[in-house]
Design a binder for this molecule. Structure first.
Ligand code: CTP
Ligand code: MG
Ligand code: K
Length: 180
């Protein structure tokens, strides 16, 4: 029962988890804010780029398409029914994850944090809130059926653990500048 919830939650959130990591690997180039400032601070900073955002979103959508193919055979092999992703749901999760992370950078700059500074709590959940919000806007029926209260509860607990773990690995292999 609980294992089923965890498996479903993890699977349903994969198109939101992977874009962040893809953006880290693809990052660089022109910043989204074009270097603009508000007061004496950047709007978003050099850590939010067009390339990272575009690649992250595309990787998330592509991953969702792959998961759609794997859901039935893998699900019956492990004995769980794994959700599939309609195009609007996949777009919502991937683009929403990127948007949540971008919104968090705006909050970080406004609160005086430099690029790369940690903001515990926000760092681990910004993309989750963005992804689920966008999914509910773009694919409401699917999102309601997929993100039940139980699944949402698991996501809020499990995501920070996964996020911290992934970022430490990304830091250790040299893909990320900070271990958060
Ligand atoms: N990245 C990107 N575009 C995005 C998100 C991330 O290019 N939309 C890349 C950048 O190279 C960024 C790296 O991934 O430096 C790490 O992402 P993140 O930790 O989110 O950014 P920070 O550099 O820490 O900047 P911020 O403080 O604004 O979060
Ligand atoms: Mg960072
Ligand atoms: K971030």
């Amino acid at each position: 029962m609980v294992v089923g919830l965890v498996v479903t939650a993890f699977w349903a959130m994969l198109p939101a988890y992977v874009p962040n990591n893809a953006a880290v690997l693809a990052g660089g180039g022109r910043p989204i804010d074009g270097g603009r400032t508000w007061g004496d601070r950047r709007l978003l900073g050099d850590g939010k780029t067009w390339r990272g955002t575009a690649v992250g979103t595309l990787v998330g959508i592509t991953l969702a398409a792959g998961l759609n193919v794997a859901a039935a055979p893998l699900g019956s092999a492990i004995g769980f029914s794994l959700p599939t992703f309609p195009p609007a749901g996949a777009l919502g999760l991937a683009a929403g994850a990127m948007a949540g992370d971008i919104a968090a950078s705006f909050v970080k700059r406004r609160s005086g944090r430099a690029r790369g500074a940690a903001f515990p709590g926000l760092d681990q959940l910004d993309f989750v809130v963005g992804a689920i919000l966008f999914a509910f806007v773009l694919a409401p029926g699917w999102a309601q059926a997929t993100f039940t209260l139980g699944v949402l509860a698991v996501i809020v607990v499990v995501t920070p653990v996964l996020h911290v773990g992934t970022n430490i690995i990304a830091y250790l292999i040299g893909a990320k500048n900070e271990p958060w």
